[in-house]
Design a protein around this ligand. Structure first.
Ligand code: 8YV
Length: 328
C-alpha cells in the first residue's frame, strides 16, 4: 500500500510506516498546494495530514484509492468528514494525549496576561526600565478570587477548569450540551449561557471546536458584553473569533487584553495588527508543542493509520456530525 504524509513526522514514526508501506513525505511548500495534493492523492491508500491541510470534498473525491485519513491533531475542522465517510474513508485524530499540554499553555497565557509577564519583558528589552517600580506602577491583577469563563467544556476545557481551581479561581462554563451534575460538582463549575459567560467572567478562555456554529461566534457584539477589565484567551481555533472585531475591541479598550495561540490564518507576521498591540500576548500555535506530547501524537497518528488500513477500528475515530454526541 502507498501512503502520503503532507509533511515530515518524527523519525521513529516514518520508520514504522516504512516497515509496512511505500511512504511518500511531502518536502516542499507547506501547506501542500491543492493541485499537487490532488495529483498525489489519486495514487495513495492512506494519508497523514495536519490542521493547515484543507482536506475538502475535491481532495476526498480525487482519492479514489483512499481508505484512511489520519490527522496529527485533535481538531478536524480542516477535513470534510461527511464526504470522507460517504466514500467509506476512515478519519482518525489524536485527542487526549494533548489535553494537558494545551491546558497548561492556557494557564501560562492567563498568568502572562494577569501578571504582565511579556509586557515586562518587552519593556526591559526596549531599554524602558529606568527606575525601580513604585507601589502603584506596572501592576497586574490576582488570579485568585477571579472568575474564569470556559467556552467549550470538553477534555481540554475540563483540564483548564481543574488547573484554575488550583489557582483558587471561580469557574463558569458554557457548552453546546450541559455536562452531568456529577461532573459539574466534581469540577466545581457552573453552567451559564454564552452571553452570561462573557458578561460575568474576568477571563474567558475558548476550548470549543471550530464548526459552522462556532465560526466567528466571538464577535464585537459578544465582546462588548465583557467587563472592561477582562481578558480573552484562545488556544482552540482562530476562526472562532472575528479577529477584526477583536482588534477593534482591544484598540478601544473594550476589554483589557487577549492572549492568542491561534489565528484566523496562520502563520501571522508583523503586518497583522494584533502584533502591534501592547495588551496582546501571542504564541505561534504551540498548544500541543511539548516533546512528550508531540511524540505521543505521532505514535497515535501512526497507529490510527495502520489500524484503519488493516480494516480495524483506529484508536480515535472521528465520527460524522450526525453520529457525534459531544462536540467539544
Ligand atoms: C496541531 C492542533 O495539530 O491538535 C490540534 O488540533 O491544532 C495542534 O495540536 C499541531 O500544531 C500540529 O500542526
Amino acid at each position: 500500500m502507498k501512503i502520503l504524509l503532507t509533511r515530515s513526522l518524527h523519525d521513529f514514526a516514518i520508520k514504522e510506516l516504512k516497515k509496512r508501506y511505500q511512504v511518500e513525505v511531502h518536502a516542499g511548500k507547506i501547506p501542500m498546494p491543492k493541485d499537487l495534493l490532488i495529483s498525489k492523492i489519486r495514487d495513495v491508500d492512506g494519508l497523514i495530514c495536519y490542521p493547515y491541510d484543507k482536506i475538502d470534498a475535491d481532495i476526498v473525491k480525487a482519492g479514489t484509492k483512499l481508505k484512511a485519513i489520519s490527522t496529527f491533531s485533535v481538531g478536524y475542522d480542516h477535513i470534510d468528514v461527511n464526504s470522507a465517510s460517504q466514500r467509506g474513508i476512515v478519519v482518525s485524530y489524536t485527542p487526549e494525549v494533548l489535553t494537558r499540554a494545551t491546558a497548561d499553555l492556557t494557564l501560562a497565557l492567563m498568568l502572562d496576561l494577569f501578571r504582565r509577564i511579556n509586557e515586562g519583558d518587552r519593556i526591559i528589552r526596549q531599554g524602558k526600565w529606568k527606575t525601580i517600580l513604585g507601589p502603584y506602577e506596572f501592576l497586574g491583577s490576582d488570579l485568585h478570587g477571579k472568575t474564569l469563563g470556559i467556552f467549550g467544556m470538553g477534555r481540554i476545557g475540563m483540564a483548564v477548569a481543574k488547573r484554575a481551581r488550583g489557582f483558587e479561581m471561580n469557574v463558569l462554563y458554557h457548552n453546546r450540551k450541559r455536562i452531568s451534575a456529577q461532573m459539574e460538582k466534581r469540577l466545581n463549575v457552573k453552567y451559564v449561557s454564552l452571553e452570561e459567560l462573557f458578561r460575568r467572567s474576568d477571563v474567558v478562555s475558548i476550548h470549543a471546536p471550530h464548526t459552522p456554529k462556532t465560526h466567528e461566534i466571538v464577535n464585537l457584539k459578544l465582546i462588548k458584553k465583557m467587563k472592561r477589565t477582562s481578558f480573552l484567551v484562545n488556544t482552540a481555533r482562530g476562526k472562532i473569533i472575528n479577529e477584526k472585531d477583536l482588534v477593534t475591541a482591544l484598540k478601544r479598550k473594550i476589554i483589557s487584553g487577549a492572549a492568542l495561540d491561534v489565528f484566523g490564518g496562520e502563520p501571522i507576521d508583523n503586518s497583522n495588527p494584533l502584533t502591534r498591540l501592547s495588551n496582546v500576548v501571542i504564541t505561534p500555535h504551540i498548544g500541543s508543542a511539548t516533546i512528550e506530547t508531540r511524540r505521543k501524537m505521532a505514535e497515535i497518528a501512526v497507529q490510527n493509520l495502520v489500524l484503519s488500513l488493516s480494516g480495524k477500528k483506529p484508536i480515535y475515530q472521528v465520527r460524522t456530525e450526525s453520529s457525534r454526541q459531544d462536540l467539544s
